[in-house]
Design a protein around this ligand. Structure first.
Ligand SMILES: Nc1ncnc2c1ncn2[C@@H]1O[C@H](COP(=O)(O)OP(=O)(O)OP(=O)(O)O)[C@@H](O)[C@H]1O
Ligand SMILES: [Mg+2]
Ligand SMILES: [Mg+2]
Length: 494
């Protein structure tokens, strides 16, 4: 499949324009209780070497046994990426020596991965989207961890992570800017979190990216790539790409060539540094692992997993747009985090009339609630205003009991003091004045007190806003602006 590629953001060099080409390999830790080939726990944060079976420590004679849950998670992820599922795949040994790899090889998949080609629809901040092709997804074991700061003259090894299942998700080189790359990893992470196949926690290293960058003159064939290993935040992905593309452009403009090499990103300096060149690169001597049979399962298993998939962000977004009339941008904001989407859906479930007020609810969640949460650095789970409290506030506006302006005051009260919004409106006299006689009295007073403005508004009817404002002010925001508007028009003969 050839993914349509977004227009490039060209970089101006000293000798003309350049285009970046980016492909990303994401390593995502599979959510499962046990490791890929052993029953040891995958729990994070245990004492060093407390979650290590004899298989993980590579004791002689130990045999790997595939964890079916990890297979199901990989298939579910493949389905979520609209990818081809391979009913037969093969585990290979990728051989290299490193102190944190007691087997002396990593069990991975090379020529026959469990998942083939797929695609991810990526949303950009300007409301547009584009597609990134997925080349493959394969299962592999994670390595252990070397600890260099425990002893003055020794390194220590922690094998807790050794053997934990990873999915390596390889994209096609379909990205053309750091913004697109950040948006891709963000979207991929969102999909994995919806599926529950990886928690996406980049701080813990549960999702990390190898970022491949090359540059070329627009329209020319792809250039030589450099691979920046193990970048562990979305922001660093953007910074590493920007630095790396400019480094390569500098070399090419000076008449040099790019060596294919593996590099590391240094977040303190904002630079990438060479780690090893292709000549030094490992010859992994891949071969099928003789301890493991090819992995085979039926189409029936795939169909069953497919039938059980949760609603994914793209589907949810489409539903919000078609059923509730949200803008594509608002819908994308709401679905981008699973927790936000859940919160919004809880508000909808509690509304008296979700069809009527679904759009208003989106505005409240995105503008008032997110705005307030961001200001105080709170996550949505810690929101002092619950979904049902927010729904009650929106109901009160929808049914005409309070004005939108009073609703904001009410929101503040519920935010800081808590309480039942409906009871608060009663107790504090916040109800909108619906008594026409009472509104009329205020309107009459303001018209009588401002003859010059009356003359102006007759010549320039847009001036009516000033009168509406005065009436709102005089009534403490408790009148319905539309009712005031209608009444004023009648009184002033507009
Ligand atoms: N010219 C290029 N510029 C930028 N990215 C590229 C280019 N050619 C390939 N890529 C990207 O590089 C990545 C290659 O990943 P792949 O897993 O296939 O191999 P690898 O990096 O050689 O192996 P390893 O898994 O051992 O790191 C893909 O994401 C691909 O899109
Ligand atoms: Mg790879
Ligand atoms: Mg690679």
């Amino acid at each position: 499949m050839n993914a349509p590629v977004k227009p490039s953001h060209l970089i101006k060099g000293a000798t003309g324009e350049w285009e970046m080409v980016i492909g990303i390999e994401v390593h995502a830790q599979v959510t499962s209780n046990a490791k890929l080939f052993s029953g040891a726990s995958t729990a994070f944060g245990g004492d060093p070497n407390s979650h290590v079976s004899l298989v993980d420590a590579a004791m002689p004679g130990m045999l790997p046994v595939i964890n079916e849950e990890c297979v199901r998670q990989a298939v579910r992820t493949g389905l979520g990426l609209n990818a081809r599922i391979n009913l037969r795949s093969v585990f290979d040994r990728k051989n290299y020596f490193y102190p944190d790899l007691p087997q002396g090889y990593q069990i991975s998949q090379y020529k026959s991965p469990i998942v083939g080609e797929g695609e991810v629809v990526v949303d950009l901040a300007d409301g547009t989207s584009f597609v990134v092709g997925i080349e493959r997804l394969h299962l592999e074991q994670d390595a252990g961890k070397s600890l260099h700061d425990q002893h003055a003259d020794m390194s220590a090894i922690d094998l807790n992570r050794s053997g934990v299942a990873l999915m390596e998700i390889v994209s096609r080189p379909d990205m053309r800017s750091s913004e697109q790359a950040r948006a891709y990893v963000t979207k991929l992470r969102t999909i994995l979190r919806y599926l529950g196949t990886c928690d996406g926690d980049m701080e813990k290293g549960n999702l990390r990216a190898d970022v491949n960058v090359s540059v070329r003159r627009p329209g020319e064939p792809f250039g030589t790539r450099c691979e920046i290993k193990n970048v562990n935040s979305i922001r660093f992905i953007g910074q590493a790409i920007e630095y790396e593309a400019r480094r390569q452009i500098g070399i090419l403009e000076d008449g040099g060539g790019i060596d294919q090499e593996t590099r590391l990103f240094d977040p303190d300096k904002g630079e990438t540094r060479a780690m090893r060149s292709k000549e030094e690169a490992h010859d992994y001597r891949y071969f099928p692992d003789p301890d493991l049979l090819p992995l085979e399962f039926s189409q029936g298993l795939v169909d069953a997993l497919k039938a059980d998939l949760p609603e994914l962000p793209d589907q949810k977004k489409a539903r919000f747009v078609t059923d509730l009339g949200l803008t594509s941008y608002d819908a994308a904001v709401l679905v981008s985090e699973h927790e936000s989407a859940n919160f919004y859906e809880s508000v909808l479930a509690d509304l008296a009339d979700a069809r009527r007020d679904g759009k208003a609810a989106a505005n409240w969640v995105i503008n008032e609630l997110f705005g307030r949460l961001n200001k105080q650095g709170l996550s949505i789970e810690a929101s002092p205003v619950s979904a049902s409290q927010l729904a009650a506030i929106i109901d009160l506006i929808g049914e005409g009991t309070i004005s939108g302006k009073i609703a904001k005051d009410l929101f503040e009260i519920v935010w800081s003091e808590g309480g039942d919004p409906r009871a608060l409106v009663e107790a504090r006299g916040m109800k909108q004045v619906t008594d026409v006689g009472a509104i009329e009295k205020v309107v009459d007073d303001i018209v009588a007190a401002n003859p010059d403005k009356v003359a102006q508004v007759r010549a320039k009817p847009q001036m009516i806003g000033w009168f509406v404002g005065q009436v709102m002010k005089a009534s403490g925001g408790k009148v319905n602006p539309q009712a005031v508007n209608d009444l004023l028009k009648a009184k002033l003969g507009l």
